[in-house]
Design a protein around this ligand. Structure first.
Ligand code: ADP
Ligand code: MG
Length: 289
């Protein structure tokens, strides 16, 4: 595999001082880092090359992440990449620092009302629309991969393009990936003959919307049988529990549109952006933008 030829000369540790750890993912350790000369703090995603030997899918996924992030023009809700250092034992991805933690932690601490959720999803739909127009499918949309840039305004940044894929015109994707809770039925059912496309991101957005409004996931192994996989491929979920009593029918309609098992009938990003729930409070949205 050939790495893109856009690496820094010198070493990461000559240029930056590592600070506290920000997060751990499946592949990488992410820390805060401060430039030694001057400048703004960054986040650095450190990939240990020796681990790539044991995990053969890891290096292609890192290369994919680097090349997609580098190819993207700036979008206010997508984390930027600044530099890459390719050193003998490690790869360092120097990233825009997003200071206020994962949306995951935020929603476990404070429940989101519809107005706040609408603003977060307005940003998410806008960034997914931006990616899909470029033929990029994120494939790993979940609250751990959405960071808060500002706790008060709820501005967010989408991160982690480790599973993202650039889809060529007409091409369908076949690799099974993503996180079970958020994974679309067609991705679970996939085979080399049954491929899937960008619709899988809209499913994950539906799962996240459900969680943000209710505080619990639509599909859950613990409430089965049926198993979580069976719940997902058959679209078995409900709005029966108490949090849903006070949630608008427009929000439920959007969730139903997104959690549609057949990807051909699922809401498109355009339908989601123009759904009655999204358009319900344009003034509220404008105040936040
Ligand atoms: P992986 O591909 O291994 O899942 P991620 O890119 O998702 O790695 O990073 C893992 C975690 O590190 C994230 O969930 C987040 O908590 C933290 N993190 C990643 N990028 C940044 C960033 N730019 N600013 C702040 N924290 C970050
Ligand atoms: Mg991640």
């Amino acid at each position: 595999v050939i790495l893109p030829p856009t690496f820094e000369v010198g070493t990461f540790h000559e240029d930056y001082k590592i600070d506290n750890t920000l997060g751990k993912g499946y592949f990488a350790l992410v820390s805060r880092a401060v430039p030694k000369k001057s400048g703004v703090p960054v986040a650095v995603k450190i990939i240990t090359k020796s681990r790539c030997v044991r995990k053969p899918k890891m290096l292609p996924s890192i290369i994919q992440e680097i090349s997609i992030l580098m190819s993207l023009e700036a979008h206010p809700c997508i984390m930027k990449i600044e530099k890459v250092y390719n050193e003998p034992d490690f790869i360092y991805l120097v990233l825009e620092l997003v200071e206020h933690g994962e949306l995951f932690d935020y929603i476990t601490k404070s429940k989101l009302d519809e107005e706040k959720t609408r603003f977060i999803f307005w940003q998410l739909f806008d960034s997914i629309n931006f990616l899909h127009k470029k033929g990029i499918v994120h494939r790993d949309l979940k609250p751990e991969n959405i960071l808060l840039a500002n706790m008060d305004t709820l501005h967010i940044k989408l991160i982690d393009f480790g599973l993202a894929k650039e889809q060529q015109a007409g091409e369908k994707l076949v690799t099974q990936c993503g996180t079970p809770t958020y994974v679309a039925p067609e991705v679970l059912k996939h085979s080399s003959t049954r491929a899937y496309g960008k619709e899988c991101d809209l499913w994950s957005l539906g799962v996240m919307l459900y969680i943000c409004l209710s505080g619990y996931p639509p599909f859950d192994e613990a409430v089965g049988p049926p198993s979580m996989e069976e719940q997902i491929v058959n679209g078995i979920y409900s709005f029966d529990h108490s949090p849903w009593e006070n949630i608008s029918s427009e929000a439920k309609k959007l969730i139903r549109g997104l959690l549609t098992v057949d990807p051909d009938n699922r809401f498109t990003i355009h339908q989601a952006m123009n759904s009655p729930w999204m358009l319900m409070d344009i003034e509220g949205l404008k105040r936040r933008i």
